[in-house]
Design a protein around this ligand. Sequence first.
Ligand code: SF4
Length: 523
Amino acid sequence: NGSLKVYERLKNLVAEHGLLAEVDLVKDVSHEGIGVNISGCHGFCQLGPLVRFEPSGLLYCKVQPEDCAEIVETTIINNSVVERLLYQDPNSGEKVKTQDEIPFYKRQVRVTLKECGRINPDDINDYIAHDGYQAIAKILEGMKPEDVIKEVTDSGLRGRGGGGFPTGRKWSFAASQPGPKKYVICNGDEGDPGAFMDRSVMEGNPHSVLEGMMIAGFAIGADEGYIYARAEYPLAIKRMRKAIADAEALGLLGNRVLGSDFSFKIHIKEGAGAFVCGEETALIASIEGERGMPRPRPPFPAVKGLWGCPTIINNVETLANLPAIINNGANWFRSFGTPNSAGTKTFALAGQIQNTGLVEVPMGMTLREIVFDIGGGLREGKKYKSVQIGGPSGGCLTEDKLDLPLDYDELMKVGAMIGSGGLVVMGEDTCMVETAKFFMGFVQNESCGKCVPCREGTKQMLALLTKITEGKGTEEDLALLEELAQNVKDGSLCGLGKTAPNPVLTTLRYFRHEYVAHVRDKK
Ligand code: SF4
């Protein structure tokens, strides 16, 4: 969006006015001057580049390099506001000054995204100044691995990558395995269309992921970890590499962390963009240098994972929650969310919605609150039709499901899932059969081909959906599609195939009349 140009221009202008702080204000707040810093993503994608003032919280949107002279003159020198750069609420037309007052941010509770958009991700000192590496220090000062597992189990944290498996339980399986060698893998292979939560955390607060991996490593007795990140995320990989090097240089990572007996080494493995490599066993195969194809389970990776050793795989968002849980305690984490789904969850809001971007909300918030209060409702006065939740593994939900609390179990009951957190909002003129076809095309393309139900089934389902959308389908095709979807769900080897029919099954369940209209009206 040109943020770096804005940053350079603003910094140069502040320096030209003799106002630029000569020391790093993060490290030494006693000095005077204006610090100009970069940050990771603030979450409100469509309004970038954003410029925020600390400590006032004043926020300017869609800032261009040519606006910077006025910002310096008006705001920095004369302590006033450049009205035209303020956020304007599209519904009320009101201008809003500070970030916290903007409806998009107001209802959010930020745990994993708390420092994204605040700290400089390339500066380890900035992370340290915001309580960074406090959690691992606390652990090394006097906690035992079982204490850490208990704290995480008590917190109720569940895997944020899609499955929602309790994190503490997963760790206790790996911790109880014998053997000197164990691994921690950070799954950053976010491949869902429309999802960029993990990318944002890796780009915006990379040290929180490293610290999360160290906490996991200490808990299960691992001394080595891998970050598996998509090669399509070059900035995230660059920042993670720098974060590793900086943490090692300060003795916060590597041999004898903070002078303790705990050592932990982290490597980065770049994925080649295969969606299936987000599946745990395929990801392990890929790190081992094999073709990224899932393996039958059991044995589960916690028992026999990377190079045959006990391994836990947690996704980026799960790991980034850990420092806050250790610092603030399990009860604090449980104070957000629902009894069965504690904490917060990050969602990527996209589609025909006013406000697009990344939002982090307490679990249990309803879809209506996210779509209308945070997302501002639909664009151009369109009527709401559906929200596709959970990417290709998820489902499409109708208006009567808008008051459903977003939690792992409630969504399962209606045939959908939180997945990694993609939310695509659709208006009244969206064809739900085309939507199902889009997701089917995606999974068909990404099917690794190892097992017949997924390899052949998704291909035939896509062919049927194409036939129906071209106005050549029959009532028998609808019955066949439904039967096939159930067979692919029941017979596939891995999660990709097992969940691939979800968009078709939910649209058949909630929007059957649209399939029937295609078939009857031959359109
Ligand atoms: Fe591969 Fe699909 Fe079978 Fe998974 S379900 S192993 S992606 S063919």
